[in-house]
Ligand binder design. Structure first.
Ligand SMILES: Cc1cc2nc3c(=O)[nH]c(=O)nc-3n(C[C@H](O)[C@H](O)[C@H](O)COP(=O)(O)OP(=O)(O)OC[C@H]3O[C@@H](n4cnc5c(N)ncnc54)[C@H](O)[C@@H]3O)c2cc1C
Length: 382
């Protein structure tokens, strides 16, 4: 039974987490291992597995997985030893040594999900409203749950954030990321050679494209079984945003038109743009991609990450542009720091206040950094 906030200690808390993607799973594991009683509520009915593309496997994420025996990072990551910029004709413009580690969203999600018992992960449960004072979550199906602490890890479109901070919304940065993955064995040998062991870029006028190898669909990191992941930051120029973000199913999305949903005419137009503007090896990769997808680039900053007994965590609080390669690491860091604050402080009030100051400051700085990086890479006249 939950106590009044002023009396609440940080021992063995009952924690309800809304959202079962990266942020929710990191939280479930970090707080669960620290002795708290955590249940995750995820609105999707099916598995999230099998979705998502490549991500940079930052040290925060690798340490999280290793220290909690969730996974052995070397078994689920690929590496590059060099950063390479191509010229428009495909020749190598510059190279510099750089040690990078990559993985796929799916490889991390799978390991995290397997580390949470099924009875602690309820699917098909949407949190429709929260009462921050009593840490109560109301569910869309009419049920409710009162805990000691609610964590909303609901992503950039979080309804809990909307309830707590009406009007604080993601702001479109006026450009998009076209993305895709290609199985290594579907690429010509010279393209595989050209991307192997490198983090490869082409910076064009008002655009940037990059590529790196990630684990295969089945998680294999063996050469020949990997996938090449590419991300192409591009403005929409004179294209109509509604047209680009309306999928083949007729549904208009705000953030991502997922793989397999892009209309053929939209994908064909971007392929033609690739042939006209990119170095030949990148054109080959874009053309070889069976299910390209597109994601709008947004910035999001909240004024606070806690309101009474509710925390906003991961993308529900801050979305920094992907140039920072920090979204998953930030979600892991938010959850680790929350567990640490609860461990170090005796009162819940004081733990949440410390966590809020620490992570709000970090998130705000990260979003600024992402804006700066984006503005340097795409000349948007801002
Ligand atoms: C399927 C999927 C694929 C992704 N692929 C990539 C990728 O390839 N590369 C990359 O960099 N990032 C990817 N991301 C985004 C990445 O996970 C986040 O940027 C980052 O890791 C922070 O995660 P998050 O848990 O805060 O937010 P998100 O990953 O956005 O997850 C939010 C979760 O909350 C659930 N949810 C939302 N509202 C409610 C509610 N009211 N009640 C219950 N549940 C709710 C959503 O269904 C979702 O599962 C992906 C996200 C998803 C969901």
């Amino acid at each position: 039974m939950s106590q009044r906030r002023s009396d609440q200690t940080t021992d063995s808390l009952e924690v309800a987490v809304s959202g079962g993607s990266m942020g929710g799973l990191f939280t479930g594991i970090a707080l669960g291992r620290a002795g708290h009683d955590v249940t995750i509520y995820e609105q999707s009915t099916g598995e999230l597995r099998g979705r998502g593309a490549g991500i940079v496997a930052q040290g925060t994420v690798r340490r999280f997985l290793e220290r909690r025996d969730v996974a052995e990072p070397a078994e689920m990551t690929t590496t590059a030893s060099e950063r390479r910029f191509l010229a428009r004709d495909g020749s190598v413009d510059t190279t510099s040594p750089d040690s990078m580690v990559f993985t796929s969203w799916d490889a991390i999600y799978r390991r995290l999900r397997d580390a949470v018992p099924d009875e602690r992960y309820q699917t098909g449960t949407e949190v429709s409203a929260v009462d921050p004072e009593t840490a109560t979550a109301a569910f869309a199906d009419g049920g409710e749950r009162t805990a000691d602490l609610l964590v909303a890890a609901e992503g950039g479109q979080s309804a809990t954030r909307e309830q707590l901070f009406p009007g604080v919304e993601p702001e479109f940065a006026e450009y998009v990321a076209w993305r895709g993955v290609v199985p290594e064995d579907e690429l010509p040998a010279d393209a595989v050679d050209s991307f192997d062991d490198t983090f490869t870029f082409y910076q064009g006028p008002n655009m940037l494209i990059l590529a790196y190898f990630i684990p295969g669909d089945d998680g294999s990191v063996a050469p020949g079984e990997r996938r090449l992941n590419w991300v192409w930051y591009d403005t929409l120029e004179d294209r109509n945003r509604t047209a680009v973000f309306t999928g083949a199913d007729g549904v208009e999305r705000t953030v991502t038109v997922p793989p397999g949903t892009l209309r053929d005419s939209v994908a064909d137009r971007q392929r033609a743009r690739a042939a006209a503007l990119l170095p030949p090896v990148f054109t080959t990769v874009v053309e070889a991609t069976r299910a390209p997808f597109v994601q709008a680039i947004y910035d999001l900053t909240v004024p606070e990450m806690t309101v009474d007994r509710v925390c906003l965590l991961g993308d529900a609080a801050f979305v920094a542009r992907p140039h920072t390669a920090a979204g998953t690491a930030k979600a892991a860091g938010d959850s680790v720091r929350l567990a640490e604050a609860l461990e170090r402080r005796d009162s819940l009030d004081s733990a949440l206040s410390t966590w809020n100051d620490d992570r709000t400051d970090y998130g705000t700085r990260l979003v600024h950094r992402g804006k700066r990086m984006g503005d340097e890479r795409l000349d948007l006249g801002s």
